[in-house]
Design a protein around this ligand. Structure first.
Ligand code: GDP
Ligand code: MN
Length: 387
């Protein structure tokens, strides 16, 4: 689960990370009032969406005076922000963060996440902040510093100092930087976060350290014990298909392609996506209805697929093991009756009760394109999209 920047900063502040004073606002008027309450001359107005790259996309404006804040907020709220991280459809901005402006001397990068190869938290720092860290890693990997955290002892003060020295900071700033690293590491562990990223973390003209941007991701599997973090969820920022699927306990991931997939078993679901790509089209989703899915859950999954305007054909690919093919067939028919199928529907049923399942589909009178093998199913559904 992703957090907004203003939420991330609030959380990190409670762990001792220095962040600029700021307030969230949902209208130009509220943004002006926030600026008046903050005081000062220079402000930064920042789009709050679950995506980075806002600066380049016009979602971050440094302005002076309360009128400047009002104008910037009016321009940003309601805009469709398109960055590399939002995808081509972009995200409509509904709120901004108004902050006191900071005079920047240097922009740095600080990130932490789990290094899956090592099974440890890795802390990444770079003197090249403000740009995407992937770019720095590709262009000049020597500018990326890393330390791994031993879970038995936690992040050690000397490791924080190694990073501080490595960034070539003045001595007292280096000490403050080390403290920020320690605070972030504590937040990561105590709040079950999967990512902490401060980009940029800056050295200010006054010699202080401040996090100007903050990105936090929470580990979904730990939300049950992180009620305060879970309360920060903003469903309006999430893929509606995934939100709906989550309510029915389905493993669903929305994708950008045109072929909806209803499959049982994660392995078969992956193989189905692969063969669709192999045949020249793109899947619209990953959906594993699982081994013990009920008619209600399969119906819900099928409805989500059909309600997706990007879907131009559907492939149902079921291997009946625990899940019986006739149950799937009944669910497909029930969902199709309820929402109506306006796109070609290719169905492949194999395994337990496959014959019964095919019988259910035939009797339903639905225009279903049957397939026996994976290859045949994929070719037929790709052909159907082409027509
Ligand atoms: P992102 O593009 O989504 O990563 O948004 P950021 O929060 O990182 O903002 C983009 C850029 O705006 C930063 O790299 C800074 O250069 C600039 N910026 C953000 N806050 C301030 C500020 O308080 N003062 C100044 N001068 N620049 C800022
Ligand atoms: Mn940033």
């Amino acid at each position: 689960m992703k957090l907004h920047e203003y939420q991330a900063k609030g959380l990190l502040k409670s762990f001792g990370v220095p962040v600029p004073d700021g307030r969230m606002a949902e209208s130009a008027e509220a943004a002006a009032a926030a600026a008046a309450a903050l005081g000062g001359d220079t402000f930064v107005v920042k789009a709050q969406v679950h995506a980075g790259g806002r600066g380049k996309a016009g979602g971050v404006k440094v302005v002076s005076g309360i009128e400047g804040v009002r104008e910037a907020a009016a321009a940003i709220i309601g805009m469709r922000l398109v960055s590399r991280q939002t995808g081509p459809a972009g995200k409509v901005v509904s709120k901004v963060l108004v902050e006191k402006g900071v005079a920047i001397a240097r922009e740095m990068y600080l990130g932490m996440l789990v290094d899956r190869d090592r099974g440890r938290v890795v802390v990444i720092a770079s003197a090249e902040g403000g740009v995407e860290i992937e770019e720095v890693a590709a262009r000049s990997p020597e500018k990326i510093l890393k330390v791994h955290v031993d879970p038995a002892v936690g992040l050690m003060p000397y490791q924080c100092r190694i990073l501080g020295y490595g960034l070539d900071l003045p001595q007292d700033a280096s000490g403050r930087f080390a403290k920020v690293v320690a605070c972030c590491a504590r937040a990561l562990v105590e709040k079950d976060l999967s990512l902490v990223e401060l980009n940029p973390l800056v050295l200010t003209a006054e010699g202080d350290i401040a996090a100007l941007d903050a990105k936090l991701n929470a580990d979904d599997n730990a939300l049950f014990r992180q009620k305060d973090v879970a309360a920060l969820r903003d469903l309006s920022e999430e893929d509606w298909r995934e939100v709906e699927a989550g309510r029915h306990g389905l493993s669903y991931i929305g994708l950008e392609g045109s072929i909806g997939c209803l499959v049982n078993g994660a392995g078969l679901a992956m193989a189905t996506m692969d063969i669709i790509k192999h045949c020249g089209e793109e899947p619209a989703n990953f959906l594993d209805v699982g081994g013990g899915a009920t008619v209600a859950a399969v119906t819900a999954g099928f409805k989500i697929i059909l309600a997706d305007p990007k879907v131009r054909a559907v492939l149902v690919n079921i291997f009946g093991g625990i899940m019986k093919c006739d149950i799937i067939a009944e669910s497909v028919v029930a969902a199709a009756r309820e929402v109506g199928v306006k796109v070609p529907l290719v169905v492949r049923l194999q395994g337990t009760n496959a014959d019964l399942g095919r019988g259910v589909l035939e009797k339903s009178g639905l225009a279903i394109i049957p397939a026996v093998t994976m290859d045949e199913a994929a070719r037929k559904v790709v052909e159907a999209v082409g027509n």
